[in-house]
Design a protein around this ligand. Structure first.
Ligand SMILES: *Cc1c(COP(=O)(O)O)cnc(C)c1O
Length: 391
């Protein structure tokens, strides 16, 4: 028998496995199941981006169109990144501060491999995206979870991080606008994060997956807007949620040159880069952001209003999120704070799937997440069922 690596045993159970099994069982019983569980945009990638891909892959005048992206980089992409960061955030970037990635999930693990030694510590804000910890596991490092509490506006409480953790930690992962809490950060919080990085010699890795998914005129900042940020920080930007491009696997990491270089080094030795047609398409997307973003956001904003208004009518006391494609709400009182019991009952009784907070760690127990990446009529039907269920 072939034995497997111990690191696979150290991975936490995948968030949705339990739920998937329950979904399958409910379907088997004949329940008509509607899911609002996954955050993956339903609308297709905008035409201008798709057309750029098709033209580039068919361009017989480009002799390198089929070749390794790392050896045949498209200058348009980093150029578009620079223009986007300058125009959108007022942040100037040099070529050395940019690396093109296969989206953020992949790059998060590669960054961990590039900066962590066995036994090192990484700090991950919790609740949070599971991949920060997974990167640590793959790099044989360990994770300290910094709780994001409602009473702190879901910000990391830097003073509450123990001294020995500060001493051993090499990276702190944060994510605003935040998945799953939908919390947003202001520049003042980012300033405190950068100061924490400077004081403790810890890389601040900001996962900026949702900066373009914003509502009601809210504009989300980049952590690189803080003075001196590039000395201790990098930012992960992804085209996935901003341009409905989850399946394309395209993003970039920007900021600290040394760390960007580490990611480049890991990539050079593992992945050989993104297809040229993808790089052209990404450049197109970034250059059209000011046209594309408002259209996509008006779709999510309408859905957000539908969901929050309906939940409020059923007695939920929740705010409308300023950003992300999610609604984050407390489980009804009768479930005594158990998000798993609530999710199971909702599925069994009315066939609706939501994401239980517990899946994002102990600090988000008592909450659940609804994803707005489903067609309006699906959301409407699911919400009606939730209303009937809870009233
Ligand atoms: C969706 C998501 C990502 C992953 O994005 P990809 O670029 O598609 O890998 C990263 N971080 C957070 C918080 C996300 O929700």
């Amino acid at each position: 028998m072939i034995t497997l690596a111990e690191r696979l045993q150290k991975l936490p159970p995948y968030l949705f496995v339990d739920l998937r099994q329950k979904m399958a069982a409910a379907k088997e019983k004949g329940v008509d199941v509607i899911s609002l569980g996954i955050g993956d945009p339903d609308y297709p990638t905008p035409d201008a981006i798709v057309n750029t891909l098709c033209n580039a892959i068919q361009d017989t005048e480009d002799p390198d169109r089929h070749r390794y992206g790392c050896d045949n980089p498209v200058a348009d992409f980093p150029q578009a990144v620079k223009e986007f960061y300058k125009k959108r955030f007022g942040v100037p970037l040099s070529d050395e501060q940019i690396v093109t990635t296969f989206g953020s999930k992949d790059a998060i693990v590669k960054l961990a491999l590039g900066i962590l030694n066995p036994g090192d510590v990484g700090i991950a804000a919790s609740p949070g995206y599971p991949t920060y910890n997974i990167g640590h596991v793959f790099a044989s490092a360990t994770t300290y979870y910094a709780p994001l509490l409602r009473e702190n506006n879901f910000f990391v409480d830097f003073d509450a991080i123990p001294d020995d953790v500060k001493r051993l930690a090499k990276v702190l992962w944060i994510n605003y606008p935040n998945n799953p809490t939908t919390a947003v950060a202001d520049l003042d919080f980012f300033k405190r994060a950068i100061a924490f990085g400077h004081e403790n010699n810890i890389l601040i890795a900001h996962d900026n997956a949702y900066s373009e998914n914003t509502y009601d005129g809210y504009i989300s900042p980049s952590i690189l807007q803080v003075d001196g940020a590039a000395e201790v920080a990098v930012e992960f930007f992804s085209l996935s949620k901003a341009f409905n491009m989850t399946g394309w696997r395209l993003g970039f990491v920007v900021g600290n040159e040394n760390v960007v270089n580490a990611v480049k080094k890991v990539k050079d030795n593992i992945d050989n880069g993104s297809l040229r047609a993808l790089q052209f398409s990404g450049a197109k997307a970034l250059s059209l952001a000011h046209e594309i973003t408002p259209k996509l956001n008006s779709i999510y904003q309408e859905r957000r209003d539908m969901v929050v208004d309906a939940l409020r009518k059923s007695g939920w006391n929740i705010e409308k999120p300023k950003a992300t494609m999610y609604v984050w709400a407390p489980v009804p009182e009768k479930f005594n704070g158990s998000s798993r019991d609530f999710a199971t009952a909702l599925l069994d009784e009315v066939g609706v799937v939501i994401t239980p907070g517990l899946g994002y760690g102990q600090w988000s127990e008592g909450y659940f997440r609804i994803s707005l990446t489903y067609p309006n009529n699906v959301i409407e039907k699911a919400i009606e069922r939730i209303q009937n269920f809870s009233t």
